[in-house]
Design a protein around this ligand. Sequence first.
Ligand SMILES: Nc1ncnc2c1ncn2[C@@H]1O[C@H](COP(=O)(O)OP(=O)(O)OP(=O)(O)O)[C@@H](O)[C@H]1O
Length: 331
Amino acid sequence: MEKGEAKSKKPPRLCCICNERRPVLKRPKTLQQCFYEVFEEEIHQAIVKNRLFKSGERVAIGASGGKDSTVLAYVLSELNRRHSYGLDLFLLSIDEGITGYRDDSLETVKRNELQYGLPLQILSYKEIFFMFFVKALDRGAALLKVDKLVTGHNADDIAETVLLNILRGDIARLSRCTSITTGEDGPIPRCKPFKYTYEKEIVIYPFLLQNLSECIYSPNAYRGFAREFIKDLERLRPRAILDIIKSGEDFRIATTTKMPEQGTCERCGYISSQKWCKACVLLDGLNRGLPKMGIGRARGGGVNGVDHKKETKAGSTVKSLESKQCGSLDF
Ligand SMILES: Nc1ncnc2c1ncn2[C@@H]1O[C@H](COP(=O)(O)OP(=O)(O)OP(=O)(O)O)[C@@H](O)[C@H]1O
């Protein structure tokens, strides 16, 4: 038999799960598989194994109109139906009022409302009266009396955050950032059903990539660097993303390490590790005509642009307003 003949007779490789169909793609986690089924099943397993929800819960899906939360809304509503989770799901969108970005993505969210049959609530910053997105989402969820909030943070996002927290030496956040559910002791727990889901698989997953907008204000230089680094690592070793999450999960923090105490903001009563929460610091700055207050480090050695010894208008001494820069958000 000729060499070329033997080659052409080689049977095509079949999916390693069903062993019947041709594989859709080669995945980083395993070899070739029936992608759609496996993708959804893995998310279902993450939900079940981590007991993310209880039947009857009212769950808000943080819907930005971007790829992650669009896929999350679709997959979660499918799984809720298929596996009878008994969840009362709805889409929650925060409109930051960014012309050309948020109005475009709100159109996507409005389409999702119709396509997936999920009710939509849009809250604007004005309604919530806070300029700080992460808290706007939490507070919006509280306003709508939900039991849980789910977001589309994926494995790549979490690996980036692990790396950033290591680079910053932020042990407190490092120990929290790998949890699939956070804020269980607060008013509204947050869940990340895509914790183990690769970003590139979310992109491949169907029904998306139409009219998705990239936030013009999202680039954060330091996080962007971590993102690029992770993508390079992934090219060399696809498992690197999950390995970084595992390292973050398995970190043991020395008992001698002093952790910041989680308290409540003296001004608004919201969770805060400082005397005033970041939103109140920003709001106070705006009211006093100091819009940069609360953002980064001030030149004069004060933190957040606040001279620690000075009295605020509200009359209280702002001694402990030290907090991280804007980019260092928990999720
Ligand atoms: N304006 C918003 N309203 C409601 N939820 C939001 C909003 N922006 C972000 N989120 C939630 O926070 C998650 C992470 O948001 P981030 O801005 O990091 O965007 P992302 O990783 O590109 O995700 P996406 O593709 O869903 O926009 C989103 O998946 C979504 O669940």
